[in-house]
Ligand binder design. Structure first.
Ligand code: AP5
Ligand code: MG
Ligand code: ZN
Length: 214
């Protein structure tokens, strides 16, 4: 099961990818999470990535592609993977498709979670993420059981640095310009599936289940 999640910032890629990973036992690989972990640890990669992330810009392709290609060749990806936040540019998609093609493989499901920009701006202000385990919550749509406390690990919930309204707007522009063209790319490849991401989180997941189990 080789899956990529497409969709604007805040569309719900991470939320759905975690549910898919839990149900189908494939690793959830989020490039955003990988960069945030590197920032937290103060690595060279983290320092470079942060310059771009803070501005709502994409990290350059050369810092991302090899990292992901190496990751999907690890043993735990034997039965597949879910990539969340990669690819995000046509050169990234070409690098991924090329690496898979070497073994006669390809992306089977490119799941595009569709949410209009107006909804995204409203959604982002309410997102809270666990500082320790990365679990994703929303003050209104997916509240934690206990205020400011992660349901999974008990860690503190924080607002992401790039969720300020100005940065969200920039991320949306970058999405439309550089990432949206991937929808056509995977449509042509015959692996595009679109879901309406404005529905309840569990309804969106049911739609994804029916795609994966068809
Ligand atoms: P990344 O971490 O990937 O951020 P993103 O694409 O902007 O997406 P988000 O994580 O913000 O949103 P999401 O779609 O995962 O939504 P979520 O499930 O959290 O990337 C961050 C940065 O890293 C980039 O800007 C870039 O700089 C860099 N980067 C990463 N990958 C890169 C790459 N490949 N190349 C170059 N640079 C890269 O949900 C959002 C909120 O909505 C949550 O609060 C959630 O609870 C809520 N929610 C979810 N679903 C629903 C629903 N159906 N109804 C109501 N609320 C919902
Ligand atoms: Mg995410
Ligand atoms: Zn946690």
């Amino acid at each position: 099961m080789k899956i990529i999640m497409l969709g604007a910032p805040g569309a719900g890629k991470g939320t759905q990818a975690k549910k898919i990973a839990a149900k189908y036992h494939v690793p959830h690989i989020s490039t955003g999470d990988i960069f945030r972990a590197n920032i937290k640890e103060g690595t060279e990669l983290g320092k470079k990535a942060q310059e771009y992330m803070d501005q709502g810009l994409l990290v350059p392709d050369e810092l991302v592609c090899d990292l992901v290609v190496d990751r999907i060749h690890k043993d735990d990806c034997e039965n597949g993977f879910i990539l969340d936040g990669f690819p995000r540019t046509i050169p990234q998609a070409d690098a991924l498709d090329g690496a898979l093609a070497q073994n006669g493989e390809k992306i089977e499901y490119a799941i595009d979670v569709e949410v209009p920009d107006e909804n995204i701006i409203k959604r982002m202000a309410g997102r809270r993420s666990c500082k320790d385990c990365g679990a994703i919550f929303h003050l209104v749509y997916n509240p934690p059981k206990k205020e400011n406390c992660c349901d999974v690990c008990g860690g503190p919930l924080v607002l992401r640095d790039d969720d300020k309204e100005e940065t969200v707007k920039k991320r949306l522009d970058v999405y439309h310009e550089q990432t949206a063209p991937l929808i056509d790319h995977y449509k042509k490849a015959g692996s595009l599936y679109e879901v309406d991401g404005t529905q309840d989180i569990n309804v969106v997941f049911e739609e994804i289940e029916s795609i994966l189990e068809a």
